[in-house]
Write a new protein. Structure first.
Length: 169
């Protein structure tokens, strides 16, 4: 393929998720991750929150944040954990040494939009601290073993965020 030709979108399959994970762990977010995320978002919305094929085994939500610097709205697909009747996301970035961009955005602008299955609502993104963070992280790591793996890869404490639906949202 010549350098001037666009890179085709990867198919939506576990292999594309694995390629994205490898890219994130090696270099951070890049073109594979951006392409896979765009495909995931499109498929998620087109199928009322369901993902096709072998991706249906994963639990994803779409999180829309407001850029800390740009003010632009940005959407990312994220794995999540439901426990104690609450929804949690983790800013793991595959165990990289830095937090993901979406995390910086929600810290600066904690009112976010969540698309979870067929439902869309506004939420307050609350970064858990101390013992509560540790307790919920352990629950999340038991439910999704990758989270524990990611924490072992990095010296930073992976943030745990509760998505609290806003009244009337």
């Amino acid at each position: 393929m010549a350098d001037t030709e666009p890179t085709p979108d990867p198919p939506l399959a576990m292999s594309s998720i694995n390629a994205m994970a490898a890219e994130i762990q090696a270099d951070g977010v890049g073109p594979v991750t951006e392409s896979v995320n765009a495909s995931l978002i499109e498929a998620y919305r087109a199928n009322n929150g369901e993902l096709p094929g072998d991706l249906a085994v994963g639990r994803f939500l779409l999180l829309t944040t407001t850029g800390a610097k740009s003010g632009k709205r940005r959407t990312v697909p994220l794995g999540f954990v439901r426990t104690e009747g609450k929804t949690f996301i983790l800013a793991s970035l595959g165990g990289r040494p830095e937090n993901p961009a979406w995390y910086h955005n929600l810290v600066a602008n904690p009112i976010v939009t969540v698309e979870l299955g067929p439902d869309t609502y506004e939420a307050d993104a609350v970064v858990l601290q101390g013992d509560e963070r540790d307790r919920i992280f352990e629950i999340c790591a038991r439910k999704v073993s990758n989270f524990g793996d990611y924490q072992r890869r990095t010296s930073r404490i992976i943030p745990v965020i509760e998505l609290r639906p806003r009244a009337g949202g």
